[in-house]
Design a protein around this ligand. Sequence first.
Ligand code: MG
Length: 371
Amino acid sequence: MKITRITVYHQDLPLAHPYWLSGGRLKFEVLDATFVRIDTDEGLVGWGEGTPWGHTYVPAHGPGIRAGIETMAPFVLGLDPRKVLDVERAMDLALPGHLYAKSPIDMACWDIAGQAAGLPIADLMGGGSRTPKPIASSVGAKTAQETREVMERYRQRGYVAHSVKIGGDVERDIARIRDVESIRQPGEIVLYDVNRGWTRQQALRVMRATEDLRVMFEQPGETLDDIAAISGKHAAPVSVDESLVTLQDATRIARDGIAEVFGIKLNRVGGLTKAARMRDVALAHGIDMFVMATGGSVLADTEALHLAATIPDVNCHAVWACQDMLTLDIAGGRGPRNINGHLHLPETPGLGVHPDEGALGAPVASYEVSA
Ligand code: MG
């Protein structure tokens, strides 16, 4: 089987509510999404998606995905998409780094490989758990009262996992954490996500002031060096997501004990092929995981769901469904959707959901094997 054509679509995905990142970064109202269709000489078609969470969150640029695919396409065309390692190496040779540009091609290849094998991607990867995965909310509110209101809205829709965004103001963060813990319900999973919004002294002040609550924080500093520097000076478990980019990051975190949890972001780390290695490093070192797309539609959420399904249930805390924050549905309601706060693994071979091509507009680029 050979890849004969790569077709690229660009679609802005509007957010239901504008999103403000902590630390004074710019707000954004749409996500710049790239959808990739891969055609093969045997008629199978695979789809991938690359959607950064805005351009100011982490180094990932929507138009950069399309430019990266233009550079990599000549090296990917003609390869067998079922041989995902061959495709990965071709992309890494053609364009070192730029992992977020590689992720949609990797995803489309896994989609085709699953269809060819007659298996959902998770089963093709070795076996997928059918336990529904709790979806983590994204609570970006500012005040304690707003936080309560946003969490309650998510609870009404069945959510039992919450990612409460904090950072930037020590006293306000402490007050919000104490308030959320006072209304936390039995069985609820709450992660306090700093999104790199603290300096080292701010991190230590909040983490020490809330030690009695035994809560967990995500990305409490800008870099792995920052998080490592405060490790051992507080008692809280830590998740790292934004600074978990390469396999070398994963092994450093595991070896040096920098964090107890990985937040694996599929687009951020370059797709399923590379993320699966991080999963194995985590499992080998007693590190639990959250799995999510970096952003995007039901396609990106489904990719994350497949990886999450390959993690033992006890080690996978939650996934994320960015689709719930969008006002445009490019798949007409198909694919895994929020059912009482959980996503269910699709049973159809491959990814299990494809977009409506009509919802994507005209392709912005197409690359073909020359005759
Ligand atoms: Mg996070």
